[in-house]
Structures are given as structure tokens and as C-alpha cells.
Write a protein that binds this ligand. Structure first.
Ligand SMILES: C[S@@+](CC[C@H](N)C(=O)[O-])C[C@H]1O[C@@H](n2cnc3c(N)ncnc32)[C@H](O)[C@@H]1O
Ligand SMILES: Nc1nc2[nH]cc(C(=O)O)c2c(=O)[nH]1
Ligand code: SF4
Ligand SMILES: [Mg+2]
Length: 218
């Protein structure tokens, strides 16, 4: 059984695949925060900008089988040329994404991307793995396609993750969780300056911005 908060078709807003059309599947639940505002300050990950509680979002629901969920996601992909891409996110997608679902998505023709906090091992066959470490949560993944570190995090500075093999090393300025989806976020602006300084001093790291928030899409 799979619990999905929401699913939607949009452009990937972050990292090396930014600008690419994708179906997003946002799984419910995370292992680093229960999603309740009153518990945020005590959570391992306390800056999350996402509501992943329950199954009540757009195209959300409970899916009994991998085939049923893959069919549901496939219906969100347009019938037009271009390589179908699905991004499994959450919440923490690796609490639910398994071999059966990866296989069902591949059978439909999807390339499978995953956005994970890196604390759980991924199933085999993922086409694009994005790891985004959080605070002092132990990272168990030792290679990925992109490392996308939210910056700054006092307990998770970039140097700690340079042993992880990745094609790309990104810093993503921390947005204020309270900021509206689009609109002014002065905290983020200050963090963007800090991330810029870091990238200038450490050229292995690149800046990535949450493009979807800049242009006001999901
Ligand atoms: C909501 S998380 C879900 C996937 C997974 N749990 C993770 O943390 O990578 C999706 C992406 O949003 C990023 N993110 C979460 N809160 C953020 C914030 N306040 N500012 C910038 N990026 C944030 C995460 O680091 C991750 O790359
Ligand atoms: N457009 C868009 N791109 C994204 N990249 C990662 C996202 C996420 O929440 O995992 C996300 C998201 O929520 N929207
Ligand atoms: S950013 Fe990822 S790891 Fe942190 S609480 Fe949100 S879903 Fe969980
Ligand atoms: Mg997001």
C-alpha cells in the first residue's frame, strides 16, 4: 500500500534537472519530522517547506498496488513527445518507494527521479538520485547523481559531504518555511547571499535556486 499526499505535473524547479517537465509524486510521511507544526522545533529536520501529512492533496490518495499508483501517475503525463519523467518526493519517499513501484513506473516508460534526505537506502534502478542531507541525520548513501544541500545548516556544512560521490554538488539557499509559495522571503535572500559567497570560495559547489517558487508554479 502506498500513501500519497499529492501528485502534479510541473517543471522540476531545483538541481541539475531544473526546467524539465515531470510528474511529482509526493509521498506522505517523513522519518525526520512528523509534519506537525507544534513538533517542528524538536524535529531533526526543522526547516521543511512542505506539507506531507495525510493523503488529501491534489491527486492524493491511498493506492493498494504499485500498478494502481503507476497508472495514476501515468495519467498526469501528457501524450506528447519527450522522455516521461517522474520525481518521487515527499515527505521521505524511500519510506515507501520499493522495487515493485520502480518496475511499474519503468514499464510505463518513466525515468524515475528521487528526492531523498539520504538516511535510507534506495531500491535499485533509480535513474536520478538527489540526496539532500539534513542536520546531524546520518547519511547512508555513498553515491548519487546530485547532492543538493540546503544552506546554511550549522550541523550540516558542505565539507561533511564531500566524500559522497556525485555528478553535481549544489547548495540550495534555505527558504523560510513560513514564506508564501511565491513572494518575498527576506530570510531566503540573506541565505542566497551566504550560499553565493560559499560557492565563490569553494568552486566545486554550485548554486541552485527554487525556480518554481520564483515563477509561482507548483
Ligand atoms: C520537502 S523535501 C522531500 C524529499 C526529502 N525528504 C528530502 O528532504 O530531500 C524536497 C526538497 O526540498 C528541500 N527543502 C525542504 N525545505 C526547504 C527549505 N526551507 N528551503 C530550501 N529547500 C528546502 C529539501 O532539502 C529537498 O531537497
Ligand atoms: N517544481 C518543483 N520542483 C521541485 N523539486 C523538488 C521539489 C520537492 O518538493 O521535492 C519540488 C517541488 O515541490 N516543485
Ligand atoms: S525536508 Fe525532507 S527530510 Fe526534512 S522534514 Fe521535509 S520531507 Fe522530511
Ligand atoms: Mg518542494
Amino acid at each position: 500500500m502506498y500513501r500519497v499526499k499529492e501528485a502534479f505535473y510541473t517543471l522540476q524547479g531545483e538541481g541539475a534537472q531544473a526546467g524539465r517537465a515531470a510528474v511529482f509524486c509526493r509521498f506522505s510521511k517523513c522519518n525526520l519530522w512528523n509534519g506537525r507544526e507544534r513538533d517542528r522545533a524538536r524535529a531533526v529536520c526543522s526547516f521543511c517547506d512542505t506539507d506531507f501529512v495525510g493523503t488529501d492533496g491534489q491527486n492524493g490518495g491511498v493506492f493498494e498496488t504499485a500498478e494502481a499508483l503507476a497508472d495514476h501517475l501515468w495519467r498526469l503525463w501528457p501524450s506528447a513527445p519527450g522522455r516521461p519523467y517522474v520525481v518521487c518526493t515527499g515527505g521521505e519517499p524511500l519510506l515507501q518507494l520499493d522495487d515493485a513501484l520502480v518496475a511499474a513506473l519503468h514499464r510505463r516508460g518513466f525515468e524515475v527521479g528521487v528526492e531523498t534526505n539520504g538516511t535510507l537506502s534506495p531500491p535499485a534502478g533509480i535513474d536520478w538520485l538527489c540526496v539532500s542531507p539534513k542536520a546531524d541525520a546520518p547519511v547512508v548513501v555513498d553515491r548519487c547523481d546530485e547532492l543538493k544541500l540546503v544552506f546554511p545548516q550549522p550541523l550540516a556544512m558542505p565539507e561533511r559531504f564531500e566524500h559522497i560521490q556525485a555528478r553535481h554538488y549544489f547548495l540550495s539557499p534555505m527558504a523560510s518555511p513560513a514564506a508564501p509559495a511565491s513572494g518575498e522571503d527576506t530570510v531566503k535572500l540573506a541565505n542566497t547571499r551566504k550560499a553565493t559567497e560559499y560557492c565563490l570560495a569553494h568552486p566545486r559547489w554550485r548554486l541552485t535556486l527554487q525556480m518554481h517558487k520564483l515563477i509561482g508554479i507548483d
